[in-house]
Design a protein around this ligand. Structure first.
Ligand code: BDR
Ligand code: CA
Length: 317
């Protein structure tokens, strides 16, 4: 079977880096491009980090730089305390040689999705500003995309930046509401499931053993992320938000979904909150409500066990 084409819209970020390497290591996927967005770091750093990841894995892939700011509200301060000053924990040397595509992310997305009509799954794992800009620029794009698999929101559980809001939706609630209200198929992988996939350093150590280059990098940056979670939830584990979205594309059977129309609160104390909407004109979203966390861990490790052999193949091709 031909590999599923995907584009990842990302704000790398430690768990973004995990998700990106995971997607490239999985032969069931063809990662066509990465588009970048502010969030865990500022936009310029997100683009630099994406280019660095592409170089680190010797991947063939376009990187297009996206929005510097949310579509309406002022930008929140990036999550340096969660992901580190430059997004990859303590790492400081992030100097890629490659350059980003000259097109802004929303134009790159429109052209690439139209050129592959009905074939691309778009997987946003950061704030949804680029995707809202895409809808403004090319409203009919909804007819050309296969579907979206989004990491964001907290529908039936509390948030992670406030009691009400998950970080990606909180960082651009207007964009999140616009994207959830558009007429396209969406699988939403929110905190309802991602909070239940918790990995300890042991898991990353296993990944590093089988793939020292790619898995070793992931193990190294995971330490900072685990330290953050240790302070927040009192356990030495990290929550696998963005990798869960990639798993929902390759292994949807380990999740259960329920169809619900969703809206996002745009201001006030509950800003960024995603809730089941009474607006019946909204197309229902496939909301992930449970996950087999052990199967997720098994699958993640099996994918990473092939990461370095795939890297060597690319170098020799
Ligand atoms: C989401 O916010 C970011 O910090 C993570 O990379 C993930 O995309 C989790 O709320
Ligand atoms: Ca992210």
């Amino acid at each position: 079977m031909a590999a599923q084409k995907i584009i990842i819209d990302t704000d790398p970020g430690i768990d973004d880096a995990m998700a990106i390497h995971q997607a490239f290591a999985d032969s069931r996927l063809e990662v066509v491009g990465l588009t970048t967005i502010f969030g865990n770091v500022y936009l310029e750093q997100a683009t630099r980090n994406s280019l660095w990841l592409v170089e680190h894995g010797a991947y063939e892939c376009t990187v297009a730089s996206g929005a510097e700011n949310p579509i309406f509200q002022k930008m929140n301060i990036p999550s340096f305390h969660v992901h580190g000053k430059q997004g990859f924990g303590e790492m400081t040397e992030i100097n890629p040689i490659r350059k980003a595509d000259p097109r802004p992310a929303h134009i790159y997305l429109s052209e690439t999705i139209r050129a592959n009509t009905g074939q691309i799954i778009l997987c946003p794992i950061g704030p949804l500003s680029n995707i809202a800009n895409l809808l403004d620029y090319d409203p009919k794009i909804t007819n050309h995309i296969k579907k979206l698999v989004i990491m964001g929101g907290a529908v039936h559980v509390p948030g992670n930046v406030t009691t009400y809001a998950e970080a990606n939706f909180w960082n651009d609630p207007h964009a999140a509401d616009k994207v959830l209200g558009a007429n396209w198929e969406i699988d939403l992988i929110g905190l309802d499931v991602t909070s239940n996939i918790q990995f300890s350093l042991d898991v990353f150590a296993q990944g590093a053993k089988s793939s020292p280059r790619i898995g070793g990098f992931i193990r190294d940056i995971s330490k900072f992320y685990i330290d953050f979670y240790k302070q927040v939830i009192g356990k030495p584990v990290c929550l696998m938000h963005d990798p869960a979205a990639i798993l929902a594309i390759t292994d949807p059977d380990i999740f259960t979904f329920q169809k619900e129309p969703l809206s996002v609160i745009l201001k006030g104390e509950k800003v960024g909150n995603s809730f089941v909407s009474e607006n019946l004109e909204r197309r229902p979203v496939n909301v992930a409500v449970s996950v087999d966390a052990e199967a997720a861990q098994r699958q993640f490790l099996s994918i990473f066990s092939k990461a370095d052999s795939a890297y060597k193949k690319r170098l020799n091709s």
